[in-house]
Design a protein around this ligand. Structure first.
Ligand code: HEC
Ligand code: HEC
Ligand code: HEC
Ligand code: HEC
Ligand code: HEC
Ligand code: HEC
Ligand code: HEC
Length: 333
């Protein structure tokens, strides 16, 4: 009996011992975690002012973390009533859709990643919209140097510095990508939107003979619209940041380069294939004979069908009149 009791005590003691050991272990872990996070916190507090310093030289912004800063800016700028302001420099839309910003590819960037050195302090407010538009490419360049370098050499890039003879506007980064709701480019939705991006300036959906309309009318355009992701859009043939006139030998579509460009997706394409006209109004006489013939055939079909329908209806009415169907002579039925 006593032995039993003893062993029971022993058991109890061992139990409490192991419990204590476990508790101690847990305590040690907790302590370690606390210490580690304290160390981490210490290192971030010493790092934070340094990083913010490089992006936000303006005094009042220095103390804030990037999330805080964005929240602070959006306190005012996400108010729709801020809306559009007009001054002698033109109109500015000061409203920023907060949800769209956070959903964008830049949702995690603080506002001053692009608005470098920005402050509402009147003494520091150097960035009016005009100035910022001029420096916008540089702001993008800070993080997207590759695209900037390609763009700089392109026809659009050259024109954006020199201006066009006709005074047309050549696109800078934000004309194609937008500003506060920049989308990731890898998705089908983005691919489907590219023709509209270019179409803003190169003959839109309605523009007959325009580049977008003629693209949408042809095989690639229809395939993209239907969700065929592998079909070509404007930039698969022309490039996105390195666009050059087709007459330039460096162009992806110059005489020397067009076949390899088509072959990216049509590996078996031969010289004849690349002469297939990609922008073409089917009813134009420049269209390949078969396309032209089909277009004409359709047109004739449409005329024939309507003519037949029309004649049929006229005869029907004529018959009705003769039978007195419409003027209640009580004929027929
Ligand atoms: C990816 C770069 C980028 C980021 C990040 C960014 N902006 Fe902008 N912002 C621009 C550019 C470029 C313009 C000039 C637009 C123009 O001229 O069409 C601009 C213009 C503005 C304007 C003036 C509107 C106008 O029509 O000129 C306001 C206000 C503004 N931004 C606020 C913000 C706020 C607030 C944030 C953070 C939530 C932010 N921006 C984040 C690039 C950026
Ligand atoms: C207290 C409200 C408020 C806050 C906070 C605020 N803004 Fe503004 N912002 C305004 C108003 C009002 C204007 C228009 C009047 C003006 O130009 O000062 C404006 C104008 C702007 C413009 C266009 C002015 C120009 O010079 O072209 C930009 C860009 C801008 N804000 C960015 C920011 C950024 C970035 C932040 C955060 C660092 C921020 N704002 C925080 C109210 C605010
Ligand atoms: C003429 C319109 C246009 C201009 C101007 C333009 N882009 Fe693009 N950009 C595009 C298109 C379209 C894509 C998608 C390319 C694709 O799907 O292959 C793209 C893709 C990108 C990408 C994703 C990576 C990549 O290279 O595909 C980044 C980053 C980018 N652009 C940044 C910039 C910057 C920075 C500038 C200004 C120096 C700029 N873009 C100017 C149309 C443009
Ligand atoms: C502070 C750095 C920074 C600045 C300034 C900046 N970006 Fe970005 N950008 C990023 C980061 C980070 C991403 C996200 C990359 C990712 O998710 O793979 C991104 C993504 C993008 C994408 C989508 C790329 C893709 O692969 O889908 C485009 C387009 C783009 N940026 C254009 C611009 C333009 C135009 C500007 C100037 C108005 C600009 N960026 C300014 C850092 C920046
Ligand atoms: C903001 C307007 C604008 C946007 C957006 C734009 N372009 Fe352009 N583009 C121009 C202007 C202006 C010229 C010069 C036209 C000229 O010299 O007659 C040009 C020239 C060209 C050229 C050289 C051939 C020519 O017509 O002279 C090609 C190719 C081209 N763009 C393709 C594109 C593609 C592809 C896109 C979309 C990824 C695009 N552009 C987006 C304005 C734009
Ligand atoms: C399958 C490849 C392909 C696609 C997709 C494509 N193009 Fe083209 N594009 C060409 C070829 C080839 C030419 C030269 C023959 C011609 O003018 O039709 C050309 C010519 C052009 C020109 C005149 C260039 C010059 O130097 O005169 C512009 C501008 C243009 N395309 C814009 C666009 C736009 C905008 C889109 C999308 C809406 C687009 N292209 C889609 C292949 C393509
Ligand atoms: C980004 C990929 C891509 C590029 C680049 C491309 N195409 Fe296509 N093209 C396609 C796809 C995908 C189809 C649909 C094929 C199918 O349905 O089997 C297609 C279909 C076609 C068709 C009709 C169907 C057929 O096979 O006869 C023609 C014609 C055509 N492309 C011509 C061209 C020419 C010319 C070029 C070069 C100037 C070119 N394509 C560049 C992807 C591309």
């Amino acid at each position: 009996m006593g032995g039993d009791l003893n062993s029971a005590r022993q058991l109890a003691k061992e139990f409490t011992c192991s419990k204590r050991a476990a508790a101690a272990a847990v305590l040690a872990i907790v302590l370690a975690v606390v210490l580690a996070s304290a160390a981490l916190a210490a290192s971030t507090t010493t790092l934070l002012p340094a990083t913010t310093n490089t992006t936000a030289p303006s005094g009042s912004d220095q103390a804030a973390g990037s999330e805080d800063l964005t929240t602070r800016c959006l306190t005012c700028h996400s108010q729709e009533y801020l809306g559009t302001v007009q001054d002698d420099k033109g109109t500015q839309n000061l409203y920023i859709d907060s949800a769209a910003y956070h959903d964008s590819a830049h949702g995690l960037l603080p506002c001053n990643a692009c608005h470098t050195g920005f402050s509402h302090d009147p003494h520091k407010m150097v960035n009016n919209a005009e100035f910022f538009r001029q420096t916008a490419n540089e702001a993008c360049r800070n993080c997207h140097d590759d695209q900037f370098e390609m763009y700089k050499q392109s026809y659009h890039g050259t024109l954006s510095r020199g201006g066009t003879a006709a005074g047309e506007k050549a696109p800078i980064c934000i004309d194609c990508h937008g500003t506060h709701a920049i989308q990731k480019v890898g998705t089908l939705e983005y691919k489907q939107s590219i023709s509209d991006v270019c179409g803003k300036c190169h003959g839109g959906r309605e523009g007959h003979g325009g580049r977008e309309a003629t693209f949408l009318d042809t095989y690639h355009g229809k395939a993209i619209t239907l969700g065929r992701e592998s079909a070509a859009t404007c930039v698969d043939c022309h490039g996105a940041h390195s666009i050059l006139p087709v007459s330039n030998p460096q162009s992806t579509l110059s005489e020397a380069n067009i076949l390899p460009t088509c072959q990216k997706c049509h590996p078996d394409a031969s010289k004849g294939f690349s002469t297939f006209l990609v922008h073409v109004k089917p009813t134009s006489t420049k269209a390949p004979l078969i396309v032209f013939a089909v277009a004409v055939f359709y047109l004739l079909m449409i005329i024939a069908v309507f003519a037949f329908g029309g004649i049929h209806t006229l005869l029907y009415i004529y018959r009705g009149l003769k039978d007195g169907m419409y003027f209640g002579k009580g004929g027929g039925h």
